[in-house]
Design a protein. Sequence first.
Length: 261
Amino acid sequence: MLQQTQVSRVIPKYREFLARFPAWASLAAAELRDVLRVWSGLGYNGRALRLWECARMVVARHAGRLPAGIDELRGLPGIGPYTAGALAVFAFGAREAAVDTNVRRVVSRALIGSERSTGASVWKAARAAVPRRADEWHHALMDIGALFCRGNPACQICPMRHVCAWAKLAPAQRARRRALKRGASDGRNSTASYTGSRREHRGRLIRALANARSVPVRKLGPQVKDGFSTTDVPWLLGLLEDLQREGLVALDRTRMLARIA
């Protein structure tokens, strides 16, 4: 839920979700449309689909208990390297690496002395450095990344400044490297506004379908897009087909009906 979503928005949804699905078994037994209805408002509905698929696999293959091993965790839907590492470290106390955005920034600067390290090199450095108390180490790096080692790092007050390779670079060297980084990022498209975006329309579409068994496509349009007209039907079908490819929606083009998969 926290992926690309603010904590303040997640907390009430997290509580609501656990009240409705308190265990893997209850989530696995639910219909996808019911899961999406509870998830509604968080966006990125593919996360809910993967969590539901994950629950079904945990029940079917692991007797309803989340496995502790990295390889087994990586075999579950929606669990990538960071999530598997975080679960191993924080849920099971394993000595593993879990590289999120903050940890990546701190490890790249402090251990490698660069802001342009590749993902593979950061993971390698993190795995080599992680101590026995991996949970405390990760919490510390996450806090340092959030409070001091930010986009514009506060090296002069950072508690890692005496052991940080980046902080030890001469100011001129840091300025040159940061200029190179800015140059590399020039030309990237800025994130489009959510209002009126494809993401907003996808969210509206899922909410409309989650509240009914199936809906005629012609009735979906006004619920998805303000000012919807017949000329928008191909656009709406395109949205539905995208969601169908992602496993969220089932579209019957012959009968022009749509429903949650």
